[in-house]
Write a protein that binds this ligand. Structure first.
Ligand code: PLP
Length: 436
């Protein structure tokens, strides 16, 4: 491997596992690159339509989605008290601060409820149409009564935890055999919860990449098995991308403008890249260059940052950079990024922020104290973007280069809270007390 990147001054802090901001030097105007991306706007429309068709089924399988008529959606919450609390002890950027509560999503309690459930539904539609169980204009709620049919099929996935929860819960609810291959980082409560739901949980000593590899091999060997491939799946990506259009309605309802004079900053925690990449793509389709999307990754596991900064994409892993890949942020413990997502983000991502594990718990506590909201440690990585915008010279240079300094009073900041609702009460207590 040509490793000239080891000498790149922009990566010095990344290689030293210090918190940092990396600005993407390859970012281009969105209109100039949109047509060349490996996903198309029509595919997001198609995913949104499919989710609407399945809403009656979700409503009948999961009564908790009743209030939203079978839509799996989350609120957008402004955080005035937290903003004030943070501003007492550090510099914060001007503008309003919001949290997107995908931590509260129905069924799976994390952002994975978007992509994961979407992919199981898409597979289900294909099987059911092919078997003549469903007509294209039929009532999808009828599929709730086809457990015997789906029991002949298996759905498998490799996961650090939350994707497994989303795929496992959805697949088991329809009657599929569900097998989730978990990496060593996966939290015990996530495995316990899946087993309670009747899911076959297999555990591996190695990292997430190994769990995926094992799952893929076992599934490929079984013609009745379908593998949800987190590293390559366009379906997962499209399920996540639908989030943006629903967010647009929420922003409008809270009088948030997004235009040339009102920039929107969004920071999303990143593992393999599918969730943040899909959400980012959806946002770019809506807001183009007026939305500035940043990803956040742990200091010891910034796989997407490395994939993009080196240009190696999935050809590089965090161990190549001398990092451990070990982090308390279990949802982000992925050593190698998705090639598909690198291809989408290489000219569209604004940059990345890295975060030390200890800070995740501090922000988890601050959010809970100020706003009575609980999110899981991985989700707290999003705070790195908000604080980092004011803290790092590289971020300030980005604002200057884009003519944003004078517009920050009009800015809005969204931290994408990616998980938390299913964390058991005792584990919440532990997290709230944890100091590293
Ligand atoms: C999975 C996950 C992410 C990141 O999603 P990827 O698709 O792996 O990049 C972020 N936060 C939480 C809590 C997650 O479970």
């Amino acid at each position: 491997m040509n490793a000239a990147w080891r000498e790149d001054p922009a990566l010095r802090d990344v290689l030293a596992a210090a918190e940092t901001c990396w600005i993407n030097p390859e970012k281009k105007p969105f209109a100039a690159v949109a047509d060349g991306l490996p996903v198309k706007p029509g595919e997001v429309d198609d995913a949104a339509d499919r989710l609407d068709r399945f809403a009656p089924l979700l409503r009948s399988l999961f009564p908790e989605t009743e209030a939203d008529c079978g839509r799996i959606e989350s609120p957008l919450r402004e955080l005035p008290a937290l903003r004030e609390k943070l501003s007492w002890r550090e510099r914060v950027p001007a503008g309003r601060l919001f949290l997107k509560l995908d931590s509260e999503l129905a069924v799976a309690g994390s952002v994975k409820a978007r992509g994961g459930i979407y992919e199981v539904l898409k597979h289900t539609e294909e099987l059911a149409l092919e078997a003549g169980l469903l007509r294209p204009d039929g009532d999808y709620a009828d599929l709730a009564g086809q457990r015997d049919f789906f029991a002949k099929y298996t759905v498998q996935v490799g996961s650090t935890g939350n994707l497994g929860l989303s795929i496992g819960i959805m697949a088991a609810a329809l009657g599929y055999r569900a097998v989730v291959h978990m990496s060593a980082d996966a939290r015990q409560w996530k495995k316990d919860l899946l087993r309670q739901k009747g899911v076959d949980v297999r555990e591996y000593d190695g990292d997430y990449g190994k769990a995926v590899e094992q799952g893929r091999a076992l599934s490929d060997a079984d013609p009745m098995s379908y593998f949800v491939d987190d590293e390559h799946s366009k379906n997962l990506f499209l399920g996540y991308a639908v989030a943006a259009r629903r967010l647009a309605e929420q922003l409008a309802a809270q009088d948030v403008e997004v235009d040339d004079d009102h920039p929107l900053f969004v920071t999303i925690p990143c593992g393999v890249g599918g969730a943040p990449g899909g959400v980012a793509y959806g946002l770019k389709l809506l807001y183009g260059d007026n939305v500035h999307v940043f990803f956040a990754e742990p200091v010891q596991c910034p796989c997407m940052l490395l994939g993009l900064a080196t240009g190696e994409k999935d050809g590089v892993c965090v161990q190549d950079a001398g990092l451990t890949g070990v982090t308390e942020a279990d949802g982000l413990a992925v050593a190698r990024p998705s090639k598909l997502v690198c291809d989408v983000m290489e000219y569209t991502l604004s940059g990345e922020f890295t975060v030390a594990d200890g800070r995740l718990y501090e922000d988890l506590r601050a959010l809970h104290a100020a706003e009575k909201l609980f999110i899981e440690p991985s989700a707290c990585a999003a705070f790195a973007g908000y604080r980092g915008l004011a803290r790092f010279p590289a971020a300030q240079s980005y604002l200057k280069a884009h003519g944003l300094i004078g517009k920050m009073e009009n800015a809005s900041h969204i931290l994408w809270a990616t998980g938390g609702r299913l964390v058991p009460a005792l584990t919440r207590k532990e997290y709230l007390a944890k100091r590293l």
